[in-house]
Design a protein around this ligand. Sequence first.
Ligand code: TYM
Length: 332
Amino acid sequence: MKRVFSGVKPTGHLTLGNYIGAMRRWVTVDQHQADALFCIVDLHALTVEHDPARVCRLSRQAGTLLLAAGLDPELCTVFVQSHVDEHARLSYLLECVATDGEMRRMIQYREKAALERGRGGSVRLSLLTYPVLMAADILAYGTDEVPVGDDQAQHVELTRDLAVRFNQRYGHAFVVPRATHPEVGARVMNLQDPTSKMGKSDDVGPGIVYLLDEPDVVRKKVMRAVTDSGQDVVYDREARPGVANLLEILAACTGGNPEGLSGVYESYGALKKDTAEAVIEVLRPVQQRHKELCTDPGYVEGVLRDGAERARAMARPTVDAAYRAIGLLPAA
Ligand code: TYM
């Protein structure tokens, strides 16, 4: 059975982008067809300025939401990255095969570093090495496939490069993974700025639909989405990014494709109304289950504890073998 690994970073409340771009596929496809692990990558949340109590709270919330969205601990492994030491152990080894030039070329590093500097802050070294830790997450489990949104494609490419390089230098230690992306919704854009990604760590609240937004809030955000100056509702990502984004969200929520919806609507208002209702319908069962799970925090904790135990048992042999391959003296 193929191995699937993916993760979500607790730097903000989970968004519709996380759901459409990644989580939905984990729930509907990956957990049924693969030996799948889904990780709340809390160590990654420490790479930018953070509030310790908030990261802790968001990690618990992410665990609850992953289960609310439909991940089933009978079918897959859900756990928290910092509960499994192997991620940090392997990350260091991979730092010894990665180069600083490679790290500095990463788009997300450049964007986030520029943002931090723009705010007058300094850039944490861990932001530079972020992709190496991500590679460790993936490679520790012999992962075949990494289901992610488009924005993670470059990181998965780097992971492949590091795996191949390590294997060539030190003997076969890692499976070389590949990214998979959803056909529709691999990059959901901000409703207020459809040329930039809907990201949970951004500050522009009105352009972001959160998984726990009440129906009225969703309606308001979608109805106020920035559209384009034209009149006809056609799908054109370049010329009409605002309308294209709404068509993609609608298609992703109703199981269609955005090209098929092109020309169907007579006005932006009608498109927005249907999109809002479709999003509300997708979120409804997730929110309902989230509410139920919040009454039983012990259950979620138990799932994460068992998940970490299973994950540790899977990662340890791979990471131990990599330690030996690279020349470290075994402890016993
Ligand atoms: P994160 O937490 O930013 O996002 C989690 C998943 O959601 C996808 N995603 C989106 N997809 C479409 N449209 C959007 N607007 C959108 N926003 C987010 C992301 O592509 C991702 O699949 N570096 C990763 C976390 C990570 C990871 C890993 C992922 C750490 N280690 C190992 C896979 C494997 C991140 O920041 O995801």
